[in-house]
Design a protein around this ligand. Structure first.
Ligand code: GAL
Length: 689
């Protein structure tokens, strides 16, 4: 008898459920981190909880990588240590965010079934030893993962200390794409559901080019190999499939948990600037509270703005812009960057409260106690190797005090923004892969450029996914939104027509959702509303610069733009495009549609942002110097003004209220100390609208 090949796990994602009720994880804002007691002898645990209480910790993420330490052999489980840890935390009033430990399959499983590990594009199967060493199409992995999840849910699903379920860890971190045969089979199944017929696939992907027409489903393979020139339609569908495959794994675990427990379920996303590894905007709709892991990057000169961008993006994917949760961040250097910078004094609070200002109902860290061994032995922690004598510990205790003082901020929502930046992972993926006119354009860079200009002016901006409702926004910016479907294009075109301001930057609207170019002049989907069009791209060579008539220069990308009924706001002033429009504006029924055909330098974007803000009637949260970040949250009884000073001089700002961090009355003007934070319960509640 020949053995039947296993059936691949299909990637099926149902429509998201209606937004669940708002989740409260703690009394007040959540504070804590990943807690890995299994790495320590039992006597250390008592010190752990004593110090957690001293620091004001009220929630810990438990058991994230504890599959192999519980299921020590196939079907053999030792719950004793986890029972003890759960009870100890409960006795001490510390809530638990209990993780399904499925990110790290145990060694016995990987040894018995090495085929569960993901396969890279070049055919290499990942060896054991990393994390997320599993393929979402593997039926073996799925069976073992759900079996353990079920056992965990049965055991702790009704335990009063468990406040949240945390499925896996950073799904996709390590296994975002798998190219094995099972994944190929699941991909074909997914394609059938999406396109209906093979003919539709051939048409969508334009497979007649290079004679790549498919005559049978079995001929379709993932974009394997290293040639770097996959069919763009196939490439985009594989990205979509891969995101859905991981999401469907999350949903399978979630369904098991929900059979045994009424505790809300989430998973920790990795939302930042740029194209993400999976489409988190679609994932967030399946979580009870959207949760994010954010680490600042050491070589980022404006890391507080990267942080603000990520937080604004989290709010943008959180149902109804409701509070979300910062699930992981660091108190100092992580250990996965090349040179792991410590945080400067004051940065722990400033960064954490930066997330809270923008909608997080808490601040959590990786991890509670620094490990002495294992791959992450040099990662910072709330309780560092040097113990409680450390500056980090003092700042951790201080942050705990701050979060406690801010308890009343819980459940309040960030003031509605009137500006939005539209982001889309598909556009980012498409921009950065395949044979594009310029292969070094970076989606995140363009996103950050526009966000930065608003951020430094204290103008709040939501960062929203492409399927978001844009009705409430007076200014909508679509940076390099390369692929758009009809519905999204329609929503964006409606912005100027109802009196708002739309800004589209180069390469936006050029392709449809299958990655096919829209003909008749760029940027296809927005040509008419912009009243300007491009007939040719002029990518620049490395180091080449083209002057603009405001004295600035652009690098990387320029276009030959023609005006129809738009005016040129800026023109190219050198090279073969000299005299041609670079930035255009069309007045549209009370609103305006702008086209920016090149990546502009910060000063030019700052000048444009000033004009755009005036045109759209946007107000600043406060009038202050750049570097003073200001965001308001509005609750039922009070509004709260967060003021974060990222500079090294004290900055003054007009604000009136009680500073909850120092419990002092301030106003009508206050100085925010260099590197410091104030959070004012405002004397007069700011209205919601
Ligand atoms: C995260 C991960 C954590 C830890 C952390 C270190 O990406 O979820 O488990 O590894 O990085 O910075």
């Amino acid at each position: 008898m020949t053995e039947q090949p296993p059936e691949a796990v299909p990637a099926r994602v149902p429509a998201p459920p209606p937004a669940p009720p708002v989740v409260r994880l703690a009394e007040g804002l959540a504070y804590g981190g990943d807690y890995n007691p299994e790495q320590w002898p039992r006597e250390v645990w008592d010190e752990d909880v004593r110090l957690m209480r001293e620091a004001g910790v009220n929630l810990v993420t438990l058991g994230v990588f504890a599959w192999g330490t519980v299921e020590t052999a196939n079907g053999v489980r030792d719950w004793s240590w986890l029972d003890d840890a759960v009870d100890l935390l409960h006795r001490n009033g510390i809530g638990i965010d209990l993780a399904t430990p499925t990110a790290a399959p145990p060694s016995w499983l990987l040894t018995a079934h090495p085929e569960i590990a993901p396969v890279l594009a070049d055919g290499f199967r990942e060896p054991a030893g990393g994390r997320n060493a599993w393929c979402p199409a593997s039926p073996v992995y799925r069976r073992f993962a759900l079996r353990h999840t079920e056992a965990l849910a049965e055991r702790y699903g009704r335990h009063p200390a468990v406040r949240l379920w945390h499925v896996g860890n950073e799904l996709g971190g390590g296994n975002a794409r798998c190219y094995c045969d099972l994944s190929a089979a699941a991909f074909r199944d997914w394609l059938q559901a999406r396109h209906g017929s093979l003919q539709a696939v051939n048409e969508a992907w334009g497979t007649d080019q290079w004679g790549h027409r498919f005559g049978d489903w079995s001929e379709i393979l993932p974009p394997r190999g290293r040639h770097g020139a996959p069919n763009p339609g196939l490439f985009l569908d594989y990205e979509r499939y891969s995101s859905d495959a991981l999401l469907s794994h999350y949903l399978a675990e979630k369904a098991v948990l929900e059979r045994h427990s009424a505790v809300p379920v989430t998973t920790n996303l990795m939302v930042g600037a740029g194209a993400q590894i999976v489409d988190y905007a679609s994932w967030a709709k399946h979580t009870a509270i959207a949760a994010n892991d954010h680490y600042t990057l050491v070589d980022d000169l404006l890391r507080e703005q990267d942080l603000a961008f990520a937080a604004d993006r989290m709010r943008g994917i959180s149902a109804g812009r409701r509070p979300w949760l910062l699930m992981e961040s660091s108190t100092g250097g992580p250990s996965w960057q090349r040179r792991n910078r410590a945080k400067d004094p004051g940065e722990i609070a400033r960064h954490s409260l930066g997330h809270v200002a923008r909608g997080s109902d808490g601040a959590m860290f990786f991890q509670w106690r620094a490990s002495t061994a294992g791959a992450e032995q040099f990662h910072s922690a709330m309780l560092p190797h040097s113990g409680t004598r450390s500056r980090v510990w003092r700042e951790v205790v201080e942050l705990g005090r701050y979060l406690k003082a801010l308890a009343e901020v819980q459940d309040s929502t960030v003031e509605p923004a009137r500006a939005a930046i539209v982001v889309d992972d598909l556009s980012g993926w498409a921009l950065q892969h395949g044979l594009k006119p310029h292969r070094e354009l970076r989606y995140g860079r363009e996103l950050r450029t526009w966000h930065r200009a608003l951020w430094r002016r204290q103008i709040l901006c939501d960062v929203v996914p492409v399927d978001a409702d844009l009705d409430g926004y007076d200014l909508v910016i679509a940076p390099t939104l390369l692929v758009v479907d009809d519905a999204a294009a329609e929503r964006l075109r409606a912005v100027p027509e109802r009196g708002g301001t739309l800004v589209a930057t180069y390469l936006s609207g050029v392709c449809d959702r299958d990655g096919k170019v829209v003909t008749g002049g760029f940027p296809g989907a927005f040509r008419e509303v912009l009243g300007a069009w491009t007939d040719e791209f002029y990518p620049l060579q490395e180091g080449e610069r083209t002057a603009l008539d405001n004295g600035a220069a652009v690098e990387d990308w320029t276009e030959r733009v023609h005006l129809e009924d738009a005016e040129a706001v800026l023109r190219y002033a050198s090279g073969s495009l000299s005299g041609g429009p670079a930035v255009t504006r069309r007045a549209v029924s009370g609103g305006a549609a702008w086209y920016v055909s090149a990546p502009l330098d910060d000063t030019t974007v700052d000048d444009l942002a000033e004009r755009l803000a005036a045109e759209a009637g946007l107000t600043r949260t406060v009038e202050a110097e750049p570097g003073l970040e200001a965001v308001r949250r509005i609750g039922a009884d009070h509004s709260y003004l967060f003021l974060l000073n990222h500079t090294d001089t004290d900055l003054k700002v007009a604000a009136d209220g009680r500073d909850l961090l120092t419990d002092t009355r301030v106003g009508p003007e206050t100085a925010v100390p260099a590197g410091g934070v104030r959070v004012l319960r405002e004397s007069v509640r700011h209205p919601l609208e």
